[in-house]
Unconditional design. Structure first.
Lengths: 184, 497
């Protein structure tokens, strides 16, 4: 096999049909969001009540820069949306189902930390994450235990990063609760 | 000489040396594992660097930056899979050499070209940054505002046919930079009465989301498993080490192009390697060998990308303005420690500047020596399953975002940016200019307000100073050159078809 020679820089590569479809949705959503945010400019970037809005010059008004950037987003997103309308073709886009599933696990991981503490939440998240990505439960659990041990040593013992006390540690007898809070 | 000795004494501390070796090793490993990249690793290490001395933190981050281009060549050459996105063109000539049984020769050519380019670009940094800083001493707010604007224009310009996409991303970043408390009236913008938004969106959340979460979400869904190709290295790595010296013109031209592309904001590795490869092919006596295992082609790509990291530090150190997303993240480390990069840095902290030069120089030595003795082990890292890496990255993102402000909302913001980055990538666009917009946007706003305030609202102030006028000419010239080159390329494409 001989590698293909470059004919264009990476960002000059032609766009695929699936990319164009995602691009249309993205730019449409961005243009809409920019328009809504622009409409809320008078409330979301206002000077404090009772202050002359031009006291420090128009250039210092809080709305100027967000107004300019939002207008630019609206213009560029709309231009791209129009450009991508003409890009048609076959090819299915990739589903985001797995990514959303892991996004949900990640949110669960964040809230679980307050309930069971740093170490246990890492163990549960990594085991569940790997298991759901197709590994056997045994391998996932082993990976989870090793990863948890490494991270607990690194972040809790060496770098002593603080994490909020968990509900679980408060339910335990004082000796165990303190141990979990400090080391786990 | 005094500054050099001061710099030397700065780096002769255990923590700096550990950061030097640790950063370079992390970079090599990150580069050797396809799917990871320096952006993701720097974003993850960014919160860690906040707790370190500025020189230690920056040495660590620069080690990752420089080391990853070295490491990225390993899977590109051995299994035709680029270790980082910048190593795509390494496969063009590196892998055919492996197929011919010359893997060790290809690897040693790649390492030695990276090493020579890395060292020469550090020399360019040593020579150019004080000169640029001396010019920048005469800069006032109008010039700084225009330099930032120049950076933003080049970021957009560097994106070939995807300029509108880049402009959109920069604008998104600049808008995100507006969120939170503003300075003139101490009022809050776009916080929707949410206290967690009052401090604004931190670059950590944005960078970790765009670089790390978006990539991790792709990795956890990757069920292909690790590459099964044999990673055989036939021959000794020392043998081809001096072969680069047979192609001095290609080596120097590629290093020069990489250095220039590194210094100019927004251009970076992609354009450097593309231009370098094209120029090397045009200037070669054997252009037909390119893409079939040409050592010249390999030298051109590797030298150009390895010259970028040190060169990218020139505008950051001399002007305080990052030219691309990786140095933009490093600027945050400067800011956290109240070390303000720019012209005064060279007068106030010469030991820091020289410490950085020396550590960059040593980093190339560490990378080369490590690779000459450890390539066989590092190459095996490419066999780690992407799903395991994805899960690890997500855990590290949670820790990294939470540990900066101890706010539960920060990991959620990073997750939101992760999905945004993922969708942007799926749309065939590059989300990275968002980071530059986020860093450069507020800088521009601050400088612009200063200029207008001092001039009483007269925009002509930009045209009244020779330096700012020169910068305006430069900006207009760049845009004109860009449009001209684009039209020329379109005409050439039309003539071809």
């Amino acid at each position: 096999m001989t590698a293909a020679e470059p004919e264009a820089a990476p960002h000059d590569a032609p766009i695929t049909a699936a990319e164009a479809r995602t691009g249309r949705r993205l730019t449409g959503a961005l243009a809409l969001a920019a328009a809504v945010l622009l409409m809320s400019l008078p409330w979301q970037a206002a000077v404090p009540k009772g202050t002359d809005p031009l006291a420090q010059g128009w250039w210092s008004h809080p709305a100027v820069f967000p107004g300019v950037t939002l207008t630019l987003i609206l213009i560029f997103a709309s231009l791209l949306h129009l450009k991508l309308r003409h890009e048609r073709g076959e090819g299915a886009g990739q589903s985001l189902a797995v990514q959303f599933e892991f996004g949900a696990y990640f949110i669960g991981f964040i809230f679980l930390m307050g309930l069971v503490g740093f170490g246990l939440s890492v163990l549960i998240f990594s085991t569940l994450g790997l298991w759901r990505s197709g590994f056997t439960f045994g391998r996932s659990a082993l990976f989870g235990v090793i990863l948890t041990a490494i991270l607990v040593v690194l972040f809790r013992l060496v770098l002593t990063i603080w994490f909020p006390p968990s509900v679980l540690s408060s339910l335990m007898p004082a000796v165990i609760g303190n141990f979990l809070e400090i080391y786990f | 000489m005094d500054s050099f000795l001061l710099g030397l004494s700065e780096i002769m501390h255990l923590y700096v040396l550990l950061a030097l070796v640790g950063g370079a090793l992390t970079g090599l490993i990150v580069g050797a594992i396809p799917g990871l990249g320096p952006g993701m690793a720097i974003a993850i290490l960014l919160p860690v660097s906040f707790g370190m001395e500025p020189l230690v933190g920056l040495t660590l981050l620069l080690g990752v930056y420089a080391g990853s281009w070295y490491g990225g060549a390993i899977p590109a050459i051995l299994i035709n899979t680029p270790g980082t996105v910048a190593n795509v063109m390494t496969t063009f000539d590196g892998y055919p050499m492996t197929q011919k049984g010359q893997s060790a020769r290809a690897l040693s050519i790649a390492y030695s070209s990276s090493f020579v380019a890395g060292i020469l670009s550090v020399l360019a940094l040593v020579f150019l940054s004080p000169k640029l800083a001396a010019v920048a001493k005469n800069f006032g707010s109008p010039e700084f505002a225009l330099v930032v604007l120049f950076g933003l224009v080049l970021v957009v310009a560097a994106n070939g046919r995807r300029k509108t996409e880049a402009a959109l991303m920069v604008s998104i970043g600049a808008f995100i930079g507006c969120i939170g408390q503003e300075r003139a009236y101490s009022t809050f913008r776009y916080t929707f009465d949410q206290t967690w938004l009052e401090g604004g969106v931190t670059i950590i959340c944005c960078a970790l989301g765009l670089f790390a979460v978006s990539q991790a979400l792709e990795l956890v869904a990757d069920r292909r498993g690790p590459p099964t190709d044999k990673m055989e290295i036939t021959g000794g790595l020392f043998r081809g080490l001096f072969e680069v010296l047979k192609y001095p013109v290609t080596l120097l031209r590629s290093t020069g192009l990489g250095t220039i592309m590194g210094i100019l904001p927004g251009l970076g590795e992609f354009l450097a390697q593309f231009l370098s490869y094209t120029a090397a092919k045009k200037g070669s006596k054997t252009p037909e060998a390119f893409g079939k295992g040409s050592p010249e082609g390999l030298i051109a790509t590797e030298a150009s990308i390895s010259a970028v990291p040190a060169a990218a530090m020139v505008p950051l150190l001399a002007l305080g303005i990052p030219g691309e997303e990786l140095t933009a993240m490093m600027l945050v480390t400067f800011m956290v420690h109240n070390v303000i990069p720019g012209p005064m840095l060279f007068e106030l902290h010469p030991e820091f500047v020289w410490g950085l030069y020396i550590s960059l120089f040593l980093m190339n030595v560490v990378c080369l020596v490590t690779l000459l003795f450890g390539t066989r082990w590092i190459a095996q890292l490419a066999r780690i399953d992407n799903r395991m890496i994805g899960v690890c990255v997500l855990v590290l993102v949670m820790i990294g975002t939470f540990a900066v402000n101890y706010r539960i909302t920060d990991p959620l913001i990073a997750l939101a940016f992760g999905f945004l980055g993922l969708i942007i990538k799926r749309a065939g666009m590059a989300p990275m200019p968002i980071i530059l917009g986020l860093v450069l946007g507020p800088l521009f706003e601050g400088r612009f307000r200063q200029v207008m305030g001092v001039s009483g609202g007269d925009p002509l102030v930009f045209f009244q100073r020779p330096l700012s006028l020169m910068l305006i000419v430069l900006i207009v010239g760049s845009i004109a050159a860009l449009l001209w080159s684009e039209r020329k390329a379109e005409k050439a494409a039309a003539a071809k078809s």
